[in-house]
Write a protein that binds this ligand. Structure first.
Ligand SMILES: [Zn+2]
Length: 266
């Protein structure tokens, strides 16, 4: 009897070890705000092709960059400008999604964005600290996304950039049956090299602890210099770099959970 117990403990431990060994922590990097700064944009497009790019639809480089990304098999998101907390309107020449737009208008706006950012597989918010905390506005946006998905046979997912601590974007997307995930770390909220290195350490720790983590960076010289050094080392450090949709699809498994056990954002 004793040896049977000991045997089953052994089997359990081996299974545990195997499952831990199989669970390589996964990291997704999304580079926001593409389309305006050609030199920096091209430096981003030269990074590992598993780095996802989020392109502003109305930017001058949107069409060209999204086509280029397709030739690289690189994942592309629509970087959707939403109303911020301290300004009602977006930067000049950008159309901010309105807080009072009905789902139909949202869907038209998204269809237009999709025509500019060809092949996009999801959206993430540019700014939007005012919009993403507004439950009704977010519901209309989610409805617009669902319409586009059913009309065009797509499976657009949501990456909540989490520009406001009380955002409801991810939660409402999951509740509506869309795939979704969230940003855990901003790589360059403070764009000096030491702060970027600190954010990176935090990202790796989060991925190790929870099995995955999502970071957002921006077209900045310091961020690029850091990623050019750090990305090739990831695999040797025991991490897998993945396009962000890999992490969003898994979230469909927890649809309906009000407070999923996600890593906390800083
Ligand atoms: Zn942005």
């Amino acid at each position: 009897m004793k040896s049977l117990v000991r045997g089953s403990i052994g089997v359990t431990l081996v299974c545990l070890w195997l499952s831990l060994a199989a669970e390589t922590p996964r990291i997704a990097i999304v580079m926001d705000d593409l389309g305006y700064q050609d030199r920096l944009d091209q430096a981003i497009m030269a990074l590992d092709s598993r780095v996802t790019v989020a392109i502003i639809p109305e930017s001058p480089g949107a069409r060209r960059l999204s086509r280029q990304a397709r030739t690289q098999y690189r994942e592309v998101l629509i970087h959707l400008p939403l109303a911020g907390l301290f300004q009602d309107d977006c930067e000049p020449a950008l159309t901010c999604v309105g807080l009072d737009w009905p789902a139909e208008k949202m869907a038209l706006h998204l269809a237009d964005a999709l025509a500019r950012v060809e092949g996009a597989v999801g959206i993430n918010n540019h700014q939007g600290s005012r919009f993403t905390r507004d439950s009704e506005a977010v519901s209309m946006l989610i409805d617009g996304l669902r319409r586009i998905n059913s009309e065009q046979g797509r499976n657009l997912f949501v990456l909540d950039s989490r520009t406001a601590p009380d955002t409801v974007l991810e939660r409402k997307a999951l509740a509506a049956g869309l795939s979704a995930t969230r940003r855990h770390v901003f790589l360059d909220h403070f764009p000096d090299p030491d702060s970027i290195a600190d954010a990176w350490t935090q990202l790796l720790a989060m991925a190790r602890r929870h099995g995955y983590a999502v970071a957002i960076g921006h077209p900045r010289n310091e961020t690029l210099a850091f990623l050019e050094r750090a990305l090739p080392e990831l695999e040797g450090q025991g991490f897998e770099l993945v396009p962000v949709s890999d992490l969003a699809r898994r979230k469909t498994l927890v649809t309906g959970l009000e407070t999923p056990p996600y890593p906390v954002s800083r």
